[in-house]
Design a protein around this ligand. Structure first.
Ligand code: ACM
Ligand code: ZN
Length: 566
């Protein structure tokens, strides 16, 4: 009996002890994890995190780690100077030189800038990286390795050497804050969730037919009046049944700057999007003279692709756009600025005297060649004179952005009338646009709808999830199965033009933060592994086994997520 009791006690202690142990089975999976099971490091309260206190970024990262350890385990660490004999040390190291004679170290690739090494032995944890961003990634790895417990006294870390570096430089997620408006607090939470998953580009969709959300100081009515629709369609757009409740909201420039700073502290860049020349009905509401017909135009109360777009022939259109993009550049330091460019029907332009006069003045003609990225509204002929007029506008804006040191991103429709020089293509209607752009030596972000549209359901059974965009399922396994380099189409050289993979959360059907999080999670956990890992490392069954540990952290962080995976 006594032996049985002591065996039970032993088993209980073992279970208890293992529940307090860190596990490196995290998402996204690091590039290399070498565990040495013969040694353990035991983390306890009041231990120090040593870092360079003269470096503001290192100081902030140590503070984050302290908060994350407390959040997951209750253990409180101390921050100590770099030279202190603390068991947890975060150090910046200089990149190697090619030879002893070289004065300068070799230039780092963007991926190497984010790389880090994390070593655990019985004496402690040592993190090294070339840049603070690498230390931040390592701190997130430690955070995700922690057991989520309450009031732990100690955490045991198996000895390990982790080396990690992302596969792609651009690891994006978009949030449509125009169909529905999301508060600054929620946007910050979204950025936190992105950072947890190692994403680094927040694509902020700020304008739509249904609402203008970015304050432009030179045009105050744009946000004040353009942000408010009188009512919103309930259910399917074609039914035109409305709630008759005014709906609005916009971000002041001060709020945007605050979000930019918040994101930068978490190594997330914000790519702002002003979608033009289509999806502009909220701006036309305020400035009807910018439309081909002169209006009036309501801020759109239903979803879909609107016929009314900015007039391509009115010189005031370019003046308007340069004012808007000028202020956007003042607020957002991003190297990339998104100009939209999608779903711009040309029927108004075909009939508009101003548009046709501009086409004549520019000598634009319709060519009967079929090109990838042909007009989305039926025309297979990408090289219509009207599409070329859109390219002319894109080109003008590209030059304007270049004068501010920025690169233009556009949805793949920008291929239709010919790409301007440095344009980056965001391929959403499958991968064809991205492949065509890479072959033309343009940079590409892959975001093909059937793999990356997070507004679509994630489970086959519609009844199990909130109502959202239907027609195809974007499950975790589907997202995971995507290979951004499209090996059957692109050569090794062309691969270099693929910057990365992005998920898009459109919000026609998503009005609340909880629903947005449900759409995002755990699908972002699936996507981030494609963004970080080489194809040979990918393993969906393994990913599924690693997910419960991450979900415990979601619970701790109070995040809503879909609890099933397909
Ligand atoms: C898009 O989904 N219209 C880019
Ligand atoms: Zn016109």
């Amino acid at each position: 009996m006594k032996r049985l009791l002591s065996l039970t006690t032993f088993l209980l202690l073992t279970i208890f002890a293992s529940a307090q142990r860190a596990s490196y089975d995290i998402i996204p999976m690091p590039k290399e994890v070498k565990v040495d099971t013969t040694q353990l490091f035991t983390l306890t309260s009041s231990m120090g995190i040593a870092f360079d206190q003269n470096n503001a970024e290192c100081t902030r990262i140590a503070q984050f780690l302290k908060e994350w350890v407390k959040e997951a385990t209750g253990i409180e660490l101390q921050q100590t100077p770099a030279n202190a004999k603390s068991p947890i040390r975060f150090s910046l190291i200089a990149p190697a030189k090619k030879s002893k004679r070289d004065k300068k170290p070799v230039a780092l690739t963007e991926q190497q800038e984010e790389s880090y090494t994390l070593k655990v032995d019985k004496d402690g944890i040592l993190v090294t990286a070339y840049k603070p961003v690498g230390l931040f990634r390592a701190a997130q790895t430690l955070r995700k390795s922690l057991p989520v417990t309450k009031d732990a006294k100690k955490i045991e870390f198996p000895a390990v050497t982790i080396t990690d570096q992302p596969r792609f430089v651009y690891r994006g997620v978009m949030l449509d804050c125009a169909r529905h408006f999301f508060s600054v607090d929620f946007v910050k939470q979204y950025i936190d969730v992105m950072a947890l998953h190692g994403c680094n580009q927040f694509h902020w969709h700020l304008t739509e037919d249904q609402g203008w959300r970015f304050e432009v100081k030179a045009l105050p009515d744009l946000a004040v009046k353009g942000s408010v629709r009188e009512k919103t369609v309930i259910g399917p757009s074609r039914m035109r049944i409305y709630d008759n409740i005014p709906y609005g909201g916009y971000y002041t420039q001060e709020e945007c700057r605050d979000v930019v700073k918040y994101a930068a502290e978490r190594y997330v860049n914000i790519v702002p999007e002003i979608d033009m020349p289509g999806h502009m009905q909220s701006a036309l509401h305020v400035f009807p003279n910018l439309g081909c017909t002169g209006g009036p135009y309501p801020v759109a109360p239903y979803w879909g692709v609107m016929r009314d777009v900015l007039c391509g022939g009115n010189p005031e259109t370019l003046t308007f756009l340069k004012t808007v993009f000028g202020e956007l550049c003042d607020v957002f330091p991003s190297p990339y600025i998104h100009i939209g460019g999608d779903e711009c029907p040309k029927e108004r332009w075909q009939k508009c005297p101003k548009c046709q006069a501009k086409i004549k003045e520019l000598g634009l003609t319709t060519e009967t060649v079929k090109v990838e990225g042909g007009d989305d509204r039926g025309s297979q002929d990408g090289r219509s004179a009207e599409n070329k007029l859109q390219s002319y506008i894109n080109h003008e804006i590209e030059q304007f952005l270049a004068s501010r040191g920025r690169s233009l991103i556009g949805w793949d429709e920008i291929l239709a009338g010919g790409l301007s020089e440095g344009a980056i293509v965001m391929s959403w209607r499958g991968t064809k646009g991205g492949v065509a752009a890479a072959k033309q030596k343009h940079r590409v972000i892959m975001s093909p709808n059937v793999f990356a549209y997070l507004d679509h359901p994630q489970l086959k059974d519609y009844g199990k999830q909130p109502r959202t965009t239907d027609s195809y399922i974007v499950s975790c396994s589907k997202i995971y199965s995507f290979e951004p380099l499209v090996p059957e189409e692109l050569s090794d050289e062309e691969d270099d033009y693929i910057l990365g993979y992005q998920g898009n959360l459109w919000t026609e059907q998503v009005a609340y933060p909880e629903h947005a999080l449900y759409q995002l999670l755990p699908r972002l956990a699936s996507m981030c592994e494609v963004q970080w890992c080489k194809p040979e490392q990918k393993d969906f069954e393994g990913w599924k086994r690693r997910l419960p540990q991450l979900k415990k952290l979601y619970d701790k962080m109070g995040l809503v997520y879909c609890n099933e995976v397909e």
